[in-house]
Design a binder for this molecule. Structure first.
Ligand SMILES: NC(=O)c1ccc[n+]([C@@H]2O[C@H](COP(=O)([O-])OP(=O)(O)OC[C@H]3O[C@@H](n4cnc5c(N)ncnc54)[C@H](O)[C@@H]3O)[C@@H](O)[C@H]2O)c1
Ligand SMILES: O=CCCC(=O)O
Length: 474
């Protein structure tokens, strides 16, 4: 693999730096546990320099015209597209997702820069009438300042550009804290931003081990120079910061569903990135009339998936990200088994394939007391639950503190509308499970988050509204 974009240092104020201690942490290939390389481990004090640089850079950057910012974002987008083969391999190597998915994520990540380079020029203000004759208003949207951005390992490229794109478009400057399991791809993207000509101090990135993450999060949330913190990650960590969090997506199959669509939707919604997406479907509620046939078809799909080397184009299931992730999947499956769940297929580690592999699994006989019904499994496991009525399906699908994505399949148009309106989630997939794009808003209800990324809404987090009242002589 070409290594031209691989950096071990962090990027602060236009320089590649090693941090004061010049300490390193190791990055592993989840396929076989081999060490990919070592990355400098920065702490909160090192990160403070990045915050200061972003603060200094904010004035000049926010005063550039939107057209100038747009052109730089577009150049960055073009450079990413030119480097897809290298970036895709780099992502697959450290994250473990199959190579086609790795390249797909790079294109997905680039699409946010394309979209926000255009949106930069569409930050419109307005005027509103006061209830008096001698006063006028101008409502302006202005960038909030420095954004502290924290991204997860499961979509480290897509989640970075989905935040950094709108932040830079709005006129904010940024400090990114990259995820410890996948630090190379975020720094590679920042290197390309540098090559695109984004000025020094505007986009900074710090890499760190897990032990320094909390300190950096603390700095972001307490330093007065940081105006907003945008976090994507687990509910457990995010509760303390702010909020693009985990899901627990139900997928409902009604009696009238087209099963071929259910199967292709399951492949994407359940098995993409080995089930490690925030919008991964987890609990499959299947209506009694179609239950046997649907379980048969979904089982066939689950059994057909090939585990293996994610660089091999025939692989559809790669490793889990790390032993913590694997142990969580195993614990939840074992808990379900011990409480009476039936394993239709899979159900255990695939040690013959590699240390971090778990078999694609389908469980039935799921009951309320099983943790796997309520906790995000983040792995290739489907829970199947039979239901009788539409009302029961909606009640059970909504019976969760999380509300990121909900999917359902039905050929009854009235039912589609009823269910779409009744499901409590920020993203609804009706006869489809592809719910993310640069053009549309992404985010959750309830504990799954606050705010939206993507689309025209994605800029709002990085803009603040100023109302100017102007007294005039009439
Ligand atoms: N809603 C979304 O858009 C979305 C997208 C992707 C992932 N997710 C969720 O992310 C989770 C998977 O990611 P993860 O395991 O990396 O999550 P995580 O919460 O463990 O870590 C996410 C990021 O936060 C950092 N972090 C950890 N502890 C911190 C602390 N105390 N202060 C500041 N930062 C801290 C990590 O280093 C990492 O960069 C899943 O729950 C998934 O559903 C949500
Ligand atoms: O993990 C969550 C992000 C997945 C996506 O944006 O499609």
């Amino acid at each position: 693999m070409s290594l031209s974009l691989r950096r071990s240092e962090s990027y602060i104020n236009g320089e590649w730096v090693k941090g004061r201690a010049e300490k390193l942490f190791q990055v592993f290939n989840p396929k076989n546990g081999s060490i990919i390389g070592e990355v400098y481990d920065l702490d909160a004090e090192d990160t403070k320099a990045a915050v200061d640089a972003a603060y200094e850079a904010f004035g000049p950057w926010s005063k550039k015209t939107a057209k100038e910012r747009s052109a730089l974002l577009y150049k960055w987008y073009s450079l990413i597209l030119e480097n897809i083969p290298e970036l895709g391999e780099m992502l697959t190597e450290e994250n473990g997702k199959p190579l086609a998915e790795g390249k797909g994520e790079i294109m997905y990540a680039a699409s946010f820069l394309d979209w926000y380079s255009a949106e930069a020029r569409r930050v419109y203000g307005e005027t509103i009438e006061f209830p008096v004759t001698n006063r006028r208003s101008i409502i302006r949207k202005e960038p909030v300042g420095v954004a502290g951005i924290i991204v997860p390992w499961n979509f480290p490229a897509g989640m970075l550009t989905r935040k950094v794109g709108p932040a830079l478009a709005a006129g904010c400057t940024v400090v990114v804290k990259s995820p410890e399991d996948t630090p190379y791809i975020p720094t590679a993207l920042v290197e390309l931003a540098n090559r695109a000509g984004i000025p020094r101090g505007v986009l900074n990135i710090v890499s760190c081990s897990r032990s320094n993450a909390a300190g950096i999060g603390q700095l972001f949330s307490s330093d007065p120079k940081v105006s907003t913190v945008s976090f994507t990650g687990s509910c457990e960590v995010g509760k303390r910061i702010s909020l693009e969090l985990g899901g627990l997506a139900p997928l409902i199959v009604f009696d009238s569903a087209d099963l071929s669509k259910v199967v292709s939707g399951t492949l994407f919604a359940k098995f993409r990135n080995c089930g490690q997406a925030c919008i991964s479907a987890q609990n499959f509620f299947i209506q009694e009339g179609i239950y046997d046939k649907a379980v048969e078809e979904i089982t066939k799909l689950t059994k057909s998936l090939k585990m293996g080397d994610p660089m091999d184009s025939t692989t559809s299931i790669g490793p889990l990200i790390n032993s913590r992730g694997l142990e969580k999947v195993e614990r939840l499956v074992n808990d379900a088994k011990s409480k009476g769940a039936t394993v239709i297929c899979g159900g255990s580690r695939a040690t013959d394939v590699g240390e971090l592999y778990f078999q694609p699994t389908l469980l039935t006989g799921i009951t309320e007391d099983m943790d796997i019904l309520h906790q995000e499994v983040f792995g290739p496991v489907i829970n199947v639950i039979k239901f009788k009525t539409e009302e029961e399906a909606i009640r059970r699908a909504n019976d969760s503190e999380r509300g990121l994505a909900s999917y359902f399949y039905s050929s009854d148009i009235s039912q589609c509308y009823r269910v779409m309106e009744a499901l409590q989630a920020g993203l609804i997939g009706c006869n489809d499970t592809t719910v993310s794009s640069a053009e549309t808003p992404f985010g959750g209800y309830k504990q799954s988050g606050i705010g939206r990324e993507g689309g025209k809404y994605g800029m709002d987090e990085f803009l603040q509204i100023k109302m100017c009242a102007i007294g005039i002589d009439i």
